[in-house]
Design a protein around this ligand. Structure first.
Ligand code: EPZ
Length: 417
């Protein structure tokens, strides 16, 4: 596994360009199956999870030609309808392909994605939605086999505003008969980007960005090109890298509207934020103030920013409480931060963080994507040289993190295995 080596203590300054959104790119790449033709995508992040999606598409018969952040996907010759088990296990979010494959071919075979580092990741809401659309679901020998003579529009109320379930139901119903209405739908900006992409291909989706999404099934979709939205979690991550080092940084190509909850919290801890269109400047105080954070579905504070913001609070003046309301075990990274001198105690859904100025380098092991990012952030202020193993987790979701942090003055390098 690769590792990051980071010498802490540098105040970050300068400008960094935000890449395309991982969590918008993944469902949009899956959605290219629906037009069974050629789709050109721009501003696609060059990260491992996107490479895994390309691999699965090629396995089922698509042609994928990638050039840096541009990709041309030809899905006209797809001839298989199953998602390989090892890739389902490798990347839970590949379950999003199921909705697209079923929506186009009325059949799909896949396995349970299995739990991961942040929780059990059930897909009951996905499957319940499929059944309501008239899709029969059989489970045998660990496989889930979905089939439908036709997909009929219906009313689906989600018990929880699940991002993946909302996306999968939209994908499965785009080419169905009649109207599907999803209530209590997730409202994350990545879903908005997926719906805008689908409508550009000729889908008929209303209520975009709201918790009531209406999909009017159409006969076919057409070839288009599309520009993926910027990654709001990457933007938040670099802002916090600037904040924890008492720095002054600018992030460009961001969408400030998508990260309002993060910007509000950064101002609460006494960072100065200045927004000029798609550029956000942050000027950090010498030491941030402690505050409380609760993760919530969008437009609340994003769970994907929990670990990184908690890391900022490990150096704050005073004690903070972070409450993780979305995933049941998204605190695995904390034991690693405590090895670096952080003072965090986990009690159920709460992490109680006593701020300290004594963060020291250590050898730590990334536990998951955002937990690994938290360790990078902590290492930026740790005294000494920190080694972060299992860095492949981090490479799943951050495009050229080493190069971007170097641009800001960090002393970091990536040792590939
Ligand atoms: C998406 O995961 C994101 N992944 C996650 O980002 C993000 O943390 C999450 O949404 C919440 O915003 C992608 O978009 C690829 P959910 P998803 O379905 O779709 C429960 C990252 O770091 N649930 O909204 O899996 C589930 O257990 C990743 O980039 C059910 O109970 O999230 C969880 O507790 C991590 N049944 C909660 O809902 C279901 O059928 C939120 O899950 C589905 C979900």
């Amino acid at each position: 596994m690769s590792k990051f080596i980071i010498k802490g203590g540098k105040r970050l300054e300068g400008e960094v360009k935000i890449s395309g959104s991982k969590n918008a790119a993944l469902p949009i790449i899956a959605a290219t199956i629906l037009n069974s033709g050629k789709t050109t995508l721009y501003n696609v992040p060059n990260i491992k999870d996107v490479q895994t999606m390309y691999k699965i598409l090629k396995e089922i018969g698509a042609k994928v030609v990638q050039k840096n952040n541009k990709v041309i996907i030809d899905t006209s010759k797809i001839h298989r309808y199953e998602i390989p088990e090892e890739l389902m296990r490798k990347m839970r979010s590949s379950v999003i392909l199921a909705g697209a494959i079923i929506g186009k071919y009325k059949k799909a075979k896949f396995t349970y994605p299995g739990g991961c580092e942040i929780g059990s990741r059930p897909i009951d809401l996905h499957l319940k939605g499929f059944e309501k659309l008239g899709i029969s679901i059989k489970e045998e020998y660990g496989e889930i086999i979905c089939e439908a003579d036709k997909i009929v529009g219906t009313q689906i109320n989600l018990d929880f505003p699940s991002v993946g379930a909302t996306e999968n139901i939209i994908l499965a119903s785009c080419l169905g008969d009649g109207i599907t209405v999803i209530t209590n739908a997730a409202k994350e900006p990545e879903i908005e980007d997926l719906c805008k992409f689908l409508n550009k291909m000729g889908a008929k989706i209303k209520g975009i960005g709201t918790d009531r999404i209406e999909i009017n099934g159409v006969k076919a979709l057409k070839d288009v090109s599309y520009n993926i939205m910027p990654d709001r979690i990457e933007a938040g991550t670099y802002l916090i890298a600037g904040a924890i080092t008492g720095g002054n940084i600018r992030i460009v190509n961001a969408n400030p509207n998508h990260i309002e909850p993060i910007l509000n919290k950064l101002e609460e801890v006494n960072c100065k934020i200045n927004i000029e269109k798609s550029t956000i400047e942050l000027v950090a105080p010498k030491r941030v103030k402690s505050i409380d954070i609760k993760t919530m579905p969008y437009p609340g504070f994003p769970t994907d920013m929990q670990s990184v913001f908690a890391t900022l609070l490990t150096t704050a003046k005073g004690t903070s409480i972070v409450t993780e309301n979305i995933f049941e075990s998204r605190y695995k990274y904390i034991q690693e931060l405590n090895r670096m001198g952080a003072k965090i105690k986990v009690e159920g859904r709460n992490a109680i963080i006593k701020g300290t100025k004594k963060i020291q380098a250590a050898n730590v092991i990334a536990t998951d994507l955002r937990g690994g990012a938290a360790m990078v952030i902590e290492a930026l202020v740790a005294k000494g040289i920190t080694q972060i193993d299992n860095a492949d987790y981090i490479l799943r979701g951050y495009d050229n993190m080493e190069g971007k942090l170097r641009m800001l003055g960090a002393q970091i390098f990536l040792e590939l295995d």
